[in-house]
Design a protein around this ligand. Structure first.
Ligand SMILES: C[C@H]1O[C@H](OP(=O)(O)OP(=O)(O)OC[C@H]2O[C@@H](n3cnc4c(=O)[nH]c(N)nc43)[C@H](O)[C@@H]2O)[C@@H](O)[C@@H](O)C1=O
Length: 363
């Protein structure tokens, strides 16, 4: 079997990257990107997260990569001793810090552990890096949630942080600490301030995936209603595989800096819902039910980013529009349903291994 990931061609040793949160949506896409660029990739994995490793299955099946250029290590973000030992041994050139409790709604239920992992986890990593003899470049994946109820729209790297959710507060802390370590301790530490980015690999409790899963299931008679919170909020939704390219580009610059990664275009949750149901020939109004459980104690009404700095300095430009992202997610969820219904059918098994390209759904 030939490998999907090229080997590093020059005589120089391959670059070494470490990804926290490698089993997540972004971690899995970033891992594929770095492997395709010739990196050796080390990933930190929570000991109880084995069920979510399906996103890495295509790489595990590649015998030229897993165990040769991709290595996974158990380490929770609060396990400073283990992380320090790993970083001292691996000596990565680049660290991509993606791990943490990332569900905004859930952060109201578990604010302490959200801050423990998302905020303090970042500080602990920065402290370890500060002491290393060979300091790696560090990227913190920040979030538009730091802007909360923003003072300006669209938001850019200079917009003041005004978080209104425990997750947003934790990310504001992590973002500020990353800047502080860059300025005070001369670390090559950067923030990617990411707006919502989606894909067929998105977690099932986020609104986009919840909608596309439901649209697919309802269209084949497996579900009747979709219970959700408010449809009024507006978000700037991009396509996750494009965002990990921006993350990589940030660490390839001569100087460390912070960048907004966004499309610059906003849509309401209702527009997303309507587009997904139209993709399967249904009217969302026939299937939507409001459920108070999904209304948040404080809602971030509208976030839209200004990615001009990333366009100008990195040459990073997102390509996929909302319709193509929705189409790719609905198609993948229909494939997953078929795979479960017809496990011996080869076509149905393609859902995880080769998610449809977002641009394929533009027609
Ligand atoms: C950039 C940022 O992006 C994400 O955070 P998020 O924007 O909160 O994403 P979401 O998909 O959970 O909600 C989007 C909107 O949809 C509304 N909504 C309605 N009804 C349901 C509902 O039933 N479920 C959910 N989850 N949301 C609902 C909800 O109230 C909100 O207004 C994370 O990746 C985060 O880590 C991050 O950094």
């Amino acid at each position: 079997m030939t490998s999907n990931f090229q080997l590093h061609s020059s005589n120089a040793p391959p670059p070494l990257a470490l990804i926290t949160g490698i089993t997540g949506q972004d971690g899995s896409y970033l891992c594929e990107l770095l492997l395709s660029k010739g990196y050796v990739v080390h990933g930190l994995v929570r000991r109880n997260s084995s069920t979510t490793r399906a996103r890495l299955d295509p790489i595990f099946q590649d015998k030229e990569v897993y165990g040769k250029r991709l290595f996974l290590h158990y380490a929770d973000l609060d396990d400073v001793t283990t992380i320090r030992r790993l970083l001292t041994k691996i000596q990565p050139d680049e660290i991509y810090h993606l791990a943490g409790q990332s569900h905004v709604g859930t952060s109201f239920e578990i604010p302490e552990s959200t801050c423990e992992f998302t905020a303090m986890g970042t500080l602990k990593l920065l402290e370890i890096i500060r002491d290393l003899a060979k300091r790696p470049r560090f990227l913190q994946i920040s979030s538009s949630e730091i802007f909360g109820r923003p003072t300006a729209s669209p938001q850019n790297e200079h917009t003041p942080m005004r978080p209104v959710t425990p997750y947003g507060v934790a990310k504001a802390f992590a973002t500020s600490m990353t800047c502080l370590y860059r300025e005070s301790f001369d670390l090559f530490a950067c923030n990617a301030i990411c707006y919502n980015h989606e894909s067929p690999r998105r977690g099932e409790s986020f609104v986009t995936r919840k909608i596309t899963q439901a649209a697919a299931a309802i269209s084949v008679g497996l579900q009747d209603k979709l219970k959700m919170g408010s449809l009024d909020a507006r978000r700037d939704w991009g396509y996750a595989p494009e965002y990990v390219v921006g993350m990589w580009q940030i660490l390839q610059q001569n100087n460390p800096d912070d960048y907004v990664l966004a499309t610059g275009v906003d849509h309401s949750v209702q527009e997303f819902l309507q587009t997904a149901f139209e993709a399967v020939g249904l009217d969302w109004k026939d299937h939507y039910e409001v459920d108070q459980r999904f209304i948040r104690p404080a809602e971030v009404n509208m976030l839209v980013g200004d990615p001009s700095k990333a366009w100008q300095r990195l040459g990073w430009k997102p390509q996929s529009d909302l319709a193509s992202i929705v189409r790719s997610m609905v198609d993948a969820d229909l494939l997953l349903i078929n795979r479960n219904r017809f496990p011996n059918c080869a076509v149905a098994s393609q859902a995880w291994t080769s998610p449809p390209n977002a641009s394929s759904g533009k027609s």
